[in-house]
Design a binder for this molecule. Structure first.
Ligand SMILES: CC(C)(COP(=O)(O)OP(=O)(O)OC[C@H]1O[C@@H](n2cnc3c(N)ncnc32)[C@H](O)[C@@H]1OP(=O)(O)O)[C@@H](O)C(=O)NCCC(=O)NCCSC(=O)C[C@H](O)C(=O)O
Ligand SMILES: [Mg+2]
Length: 288
């Protein structure tokens, strides 16, 4: 998931446009992009669209960001979305492992009422000071958790932390990345509000990539190509990874766990990374 494009659930005229674009994932928002008096219509519109053939056959990863577990909208969101066929449910403002388990229990109760078995994975937003402090426990809270999503709007704006200071962004990114790595789930980078600042978007995306994030959130179609470009392995990276994977077969035949490729020692962690790059490129080819 190199690019994850947000579409407000209250703007159904954008749904088909989002599907027609190049984003790997579409995230239908029921939370902050939807005003309180539009929540009911938005959740019905999103649920109906998810059930449509256009959505089902799109090949995109389909995500719904519901409202936070402590909000008055949470139960109604679950009731509408639990059997709509989303690939992932995105829970905002995750703050503790127990709260995540409680949210999963509520989701499973909603699924049971619809007579469906669990299918959607969970993407949890780390976007509060407590959430960042608890991120490793949150990521490991339940086997349905597939990834963590950084939310720098919520994390930085209320306490007045400057986004243009790379050290601030790096600290938050690194903390969440370590938590995701400890739990073995993916990390997705934050939305970026300044639509005119493509250099700023790219700089953050490149920092996220260097930290092992899988992709970056987009809030406008103009950001999708940037994210896809930054998170796609370059031909040189892919070729180097392929050389490592090929050399590993030879090394295994010789009984060697450490070997040299392109002048660098390779052992298990380097091989795992190379295998990941090759597998991602194969997935990209098979869905292109
Ligand atoms: C940001 C927007 C409100 C801008 O909308 P608009 O002014 O309509 O954009 P443009 O006129 O520049 O649009 C150009 C064309 O692209 C289409 N478009 C625009 N946005 C989208 C979209 N998201 N998906 C699909 N298509 C889109 C327009 O219709 C135009 O098409 P055409 O007329 O045919 O040329 C808007 O982009 C928007 O609402 N974006 C999503 C906002 C959102 O969901 N925000 C919440 C998630 S981010 C977040 O919460 C961060 C996190 O939680 C944190 O804490 O940090
Ligand atoms: Mg947020």
């Amino acid at each position: 998931m190199r690019s994850k494009l947000f579409v407000p659930g209250s703007r159904p005229e954008l749904f088909a446009k989002a599907l027609a674009g190049e984003a790997d994932a579409i995230s239908f928002d029921l939370e902050d992009a939807v005003p309180a008096d539009g929540k009911a219509a938005a959740r019905e519109a999103v649920a109906a669209f998810l059930r449509s053939a256009a959505a089902r056959d799109s090949g995109k990863l389909l995500i719904v960001r519901i409202n936070a577990a402590d909000s008055v909208h949470f139960a109604d969101d679950l009731a509408a979305i639990a059997n709509a066929g989303a690939d992932m449910i995105n829970l905002p403002k995750a703050e503790s492992a127990q709260a995540v388990r409680d949210a999963v229990a509520a989701l499973e109760a909603a699924e049971a009422r619809h007579g469906v078995t669990a299918t959607a994975a969970l993407l949890l937003n780390i976007e509060t000071p407590r959430g960042l402090r608890e991120a490793a426990a949150i990521a490991a809270a339940h086997h349905r958790v597939a990834g963590l999503q950084l939310g720098l709007g919520d994390l930085f704006e209320p306490p007045g932390i400057a986004r243009r200071d790379n050290a601030n962004v790096h600290a938050a990114m690194f903390g969440m990345r370590m938590a995701a790595a400890e739990a073995g789930v993916f990390a997705c980078d934050a939305a970026f509000a300044d639509l005119r600042d493509s250099d700023g978007y790219r700089a953050e995306a490149e920092m996220a990539r260097r930290l092992g994030y899988c992709g970056k959130t987009c809030i406008h179609p103009s950001q999708v190509a940037l994210a896809n470009d930054v998170f796609r392995a370059s031909p040189a990276e892919l070729a180097a990874a392929q050389r490592i994977v090929a050399a590993a077969d030879d090394a295994a035949r010789r009984g060697a766990g450490a070997f040299v490729v392109d002048g660098r020692m390779v052992d298990a962690p380097f091989l795992r990374r190379a295998q990941g790059i090759v597998a991602a490129a194969q997935r990209e080819r098979s869905t292109a």
